[in-house]
Ligand binder design. Structure first.
Ligand code: PLP
Length: 317
């Protein structure tokens, strides 16, 4: 196996081997000891990650050639791997090098960077997950956002799904996972409603999260986000940190539908887009229907922090 630090392959060499921009975004992946174009990065259909969604992952982004809060993402990734009783074939420093190499080879200055650990499969095709050889995969793609430019300016339109609920006792949402059938069902529910994305409820009927994001309310300058049944998002934590700096109070607790819809401001948070305003939920207009003052202030500070060495690390040194 090629050691991950031997990133001798250049982007041009990889690109020459195989590129198909119609089906694969421009990016670089790492798997089974090699750097590959996205078109070449394929896993076996026998991998439990594919067969059973037996996988955890994390996504960090790069902005202006700097990773944003990489340590936090690595902490969460390693915790997820441990809680799923998997073993990574690389240590933290090696994974940092692999991610850095993927971004450098991709040439992207703004990137969406994934680290993935699948259960893999066993050499004897045993049905015992303890015998599987876990697989590490990474890739760097162009930066993507839940909300597009227009939606960031006018706020997203969101619908609360009536079909699905998030049951924390079956698939633990605090481990970043690929069991997305509930979230995708919610998304189709939202599209059928005429909205742009979805929010799901938990089994108690409280607001939980959406497909790839957490949610916040602002009421009289106090911020609130659902406490449980959610992935503890790094952007969600970042909002708490920004609130400390701005001397705004923020708590995690139960949020009912009515409380959400009667908030002064609502926004969602994700590595894929940062802090993104919501101005309509179902048929209810939030506040005055425009992006709120607190949301804007947080958005500005969030993006400023991307150049701050305390919050970000350079890709190229
Ligand atoms: N909730 C879910 C289900 C997610 O998949 C994600 C990110 O992909 C988030 C919340 C937001 O987490 P983060 O801010 O770490 O990107």
């Amino acid at each position: 196996m090629t050691h991950p630090t031997n990133a001798a392959t250049s982007l041009a060499e990889i690109a020459e081997r195989y590129q198909d921009h119609r089906r694969y975004p421009h990016g670089i992946a790492f798997m089974d000891g090699q750097y590959l174009s996205m078109a070449e990065a394929k896993i076996s259909v026998l991998d439990w990650g594919f067969l059973h969604s037996d996988v955890t992952y994390d996504t960090v982004h790069v902005w202006n050639d700097r990773f944003f809060r990489l340590d936090r993402h690595l902490d969460r990734f390693f915790q997820g791997v441990q809680r799923l009783r998997m073993n990574l074939p690389y240590n933290r420093q090696e994974i940092t090098e692999i991610l850095t190499n993927c971004v450098r080879l991709s040439g992207h200055k703004a990137a969406y960077v994934d680290m993935i650990c699948t259960r893999g499969s066993s050499p004897t095709f045993s049905r015992d997950p303890r015998e599987a050889e876990n697989r590490f995969i990474a890739f760097a793609l162009p930066f993507g956002s839940v909300a597009n430019k227009h939606q960031l300016e006018r706020g997203l339109h969101v619908a609360i799904s009536e079909k699905v609920r998030i049951p924390p006792n079956s698939v633990d949402p605090s481990i970043k996972n690929c069991h997305w059938l509930d979230l995708v069902t919610g998304l189709f529910d939202a599209y059928d409603y005429g909205a742009e994305t979805a929010l799901l409820l938990d089994t108690m009927g409280n607001i939980s999260e959406g497909p790839g994001f957490n949610v916040f309310t602002v009421k009289q300058r106090h911020l609130k986000t659902p406490a449980s049944t959610v992935l503890p998002g790094i952007t969600r934590q970042t909002v708490f940190d920004l609130c400390d700096e701005l001397r705004l109070s923020a708590t995690a607790g139960d949020i009912g539908r009515d409380e959400l819809k009667s908030a002064d401001e609502v926004f969602i948070t994700s590595t894929a887009g940062g802090i993104m305003p919501v101005t309509r939920i179902d048929s209810s207009i939030i506040g005055d229907g425009r992006v709120g003052v607190v949301t804007r202030r947080l958005m500005d500070l969030y993006w400023k922090k991307h150049d701050d060495p305390e919050w970000s690390t350079p890709v190229s040194v």
